[in-house]
Design a protein around this ligand. Sequence first.
Ligand code: CAO
Length: 421
Amino acid sequence: MSKALEGIKILDFTHVQSGPTCTQLLAWFGADVIKVERPGFGDATRGQLRDIPDVDSLYFTMLNHNKRSIELNTKDETGKEVLIRLIKTCDVLVENFAPGALDRMGFTWERIQELNPSMILASIKGFGPGPFEDCKVYENIAQCAGGSASTTGMLGDVPLVTGAQIGDSGTGLHLALGIVTALFHRTHSGKGQKVTAAMQDGVLNLCRVKLRDQQRLAHGPLDEYSQFGENIPFGDATPRAGNDSGGGQPGRILKCKGWETDPDAYTYFITQAAVWKNVCDVIGKAEWKEDPDWSTPKARLPRLNQMFGAIEDWTMTKTKFEVMEICNPLNIPVGPILSMKEISEEQSLRDTGTIVEVDHPERGKYLSVGNPVKLSGSPVEVLRSPLLAEHTDEILLDVLNYSAKEIAEIKASGVVGEVKS
Ligand code: CAO
């Protein structure tokens, strides 16, 4: 079986998290991803949040699988010559530098097009054109500016950021889709194009339903939000909804057996209208099935606290897994709150390659998240991240076709730094 993106060469100028998630996906789909790093230093995440001294951090290793690394000082004239050859050789340049950094290096979009008209330039920035376009942005800033934080958290409490990296990894995913779309377009246009994904836009795209609710507010209260039943008036912006379900089927996080000592002994429980009678039977409230105060979704909306209180009285007598076992055969949508510990030990996730164990020459074995997107004809083998400059020689020789003499000159100029064996 061949890899879906086999033959595609990516000049990977990304760093930290947003860009690397994108190029890692492309590498898993089979592209040859050449990571260009600053000599002696590399991607800043190599040294961040280290758990083992002098060894590439998990932050780096978990975001840079299946890539090759070349050290290159792209601000030096000889380094620029090598970069020009990389641009002429590769299909896609991906970068997530601070706004203007690539231009300052001398590689504007116009210059890149001159060098290689079929090249796709893919960029992540914090913001699109507008008042904030020059700002540097990290994950939580994007979550705040993209509408996620203002709509996350408990009503009356501070805005909350979420642990899911929707600003970084979410935007990396968006960019990857833009890149493969541009690659497809190139098959019939023959031309490259510029692909941009702003983190604010990526977060907002994931918060689409909250903009839906913003507009619904003009027509009255949002009756599926718990505050409706609590008679708390709505303001003029989509409020924080706690753990309410985002859709029209009310849901909540409820305590399960052991919640007093286990911080993750909870279940999510959705009172889907279609299975309401099953819910009543399970929680011992058979009388609610025909009671007009309870029998229709509309009748239940002002009573969500009472309803979930009764359901929780039942879930607290079961473990979160027992809740699953009992409710699933009855088609009641529930889900256990799984800790990272439980997820890392889950055999079925290992069987599908979603959790993988990777061996690294300096750190030994570690767990990572494999490719969450499965292609039946293009299986993924997760390979460890490269050491800094590990592939400098082979990239200069095999990818860029420099002669041995030229390579010696490039090395003598100091732009590629020391190559580790
Ligand atoms: N050789 C020589 N110089 C290099 C180089 C190389 N191989 N690679 C990078 N550089 C230079 C850049 O050209 C830049 O120089 P100038 O400032 O002189 O133009 C410098 O290194 C620093 O790059 P940067 O500004 O991108 O990095 P930073 O650490 O200051 O900022 C970040 C990091 C993430 C805030 C910024 O890159 C950014 O806003 N990126 C866009 C948004 C984004 O992706 N954020 C997600 C980050 S993950 O949470």
